[in-house]
Design a protein around this ligand. Structure first.
Ligand code: FAD
Ligand code: FES
Length: 259
């Protein structure tokens, strides 16, 4: 059940432009990979909460990974051990694990956060997973790829060739082959998600689930500020915060998203 917590920062690690925070909520949390928390940034002028995917969870502690892109994330990245954060969550719909034994996870940039949690969940269920992670350059997330490689089967791609394979992560997954995967899970920039969805056929698109990241206001489905276009015959729009952030590949209208 979602709730509102005064969570204490109990651990903090920096990886390049990204800061990983462990937050003690004081009560056992039940969350699915793909769900997010809405965090209040206690800084003048920042009225809206900021959404962050859970990157892990253990008992009453939840983890998030914050990339500094503006005032709210800068404030969060600067938070110190012992600091109290006002958080709401877990919110939204997470990934469904439908079964089968072979799972491919694709992350672009900070899309790694929900994928790390999902990889951990699949591993605990004894399922086979490969995590494909693409970034611009290794220094951006300094040291995180090495850390992830200890946790799971990681294939790492950089656009500038500074580490791993040179090139984009969608090509890396497609080269490895998607036929026969029981689940294809993705989170990252819109362009990456669109390129992936449009490369899949009917069967592989049916195996795809995608975690969308849109700008949010209320975070609970009331303001409709975070909508994405739904595919026919439903059409219309779905809210990322309440209907998502995880959607089946077939639920979304990729042509209109690319638009
Ligand atoms: C469900 C969900 C999960 C997310 N998980 C993570 C995560 O795990 N780690 C992480 O670092 N970020 C995540 N984000 C994005 C994060 O919420 C934004 O980066 C943050 O709100 C920016 O706040 P700010 O005040 O620092 O920047 P602002 O000053 O609000 O914006 C700075 C820049 O970032 C862009 N931006 C802001 N919000 C978003 C967004 N939601 N999507 C794309 N661009 C945005 C703005 O257009 C602007 O260019 C997630 C977003 C959603 C919706
Ligand atoms: S942020 Fe208000 S409906 Fe999603």
């Amino acid at each position: 059940m979602p709730g509102r917590y005064k969570a204490e920062v109990v651990a903090r690690r920096r990886f390049g432009t990204l800061v990983e925070l462990a937050l003690e909520t004081g009560s056992a949390i039940d969350a699915e990979p793909g769900q997010f928390i809405h965090v209040r940034c206690d800084k003048e002028g920042l009225i809206l909460r900021r959404p962050y995917s859970l990157s892990g969870m253990a008992g009453s502690v939840v983890n998030i990974m914050v990339r500094e892109v503006g005032a709210g994330s800068a404030w969060l990245c600067a938070s110190e051990i012992g600091q109290e954060l006002d958080i709401m969550g877990p919110l939204g719909r997470g990934f469904s694990i439908d079964g089968g034994s072979r799972h491919g996870l694709v992350a672009g940039g900070t899309g790694i956060a929900p994928m790390r949690f999902l990889a951990d969940r699949l591993r605990r269920l004894g399922l086979e997973e490969t995590l494909y992670w693409g970034v611009e350059g290794e220094a951006e997330y300094g040291g995180l790829a090495l850390e992830l490689a200890k946790e799971c089967d990681l294939l790492f791609a950089t656009m500038d060739g500074s580490a791993g394979e040179k090139g984009n992560v969608v090509d890396m997954l497609l080269d490895a082959g998607v036929e026969g995967l029981d689940g294809i899970y993705a989170c990252g920039p819109r362009g990456m998600l669109t390129a992936l969805a449009e490369s899949l056929n009917d069967e592989t698109l049916a195996a795809m689930q995608v975690c969308m990241e849109e700008r949010m206001a209320c975070g609970v489905g009331a303001c409709r500020g975070c909508v994405v276009p739904a595919s026919p015959p439903r059409r219309g729009y779905l809210t990322v915060c309440r209907d998502g952030p995880v959607f089946r590949g077939r639920e979304l209208d990729w042509e209109r998203i690319r638009g």
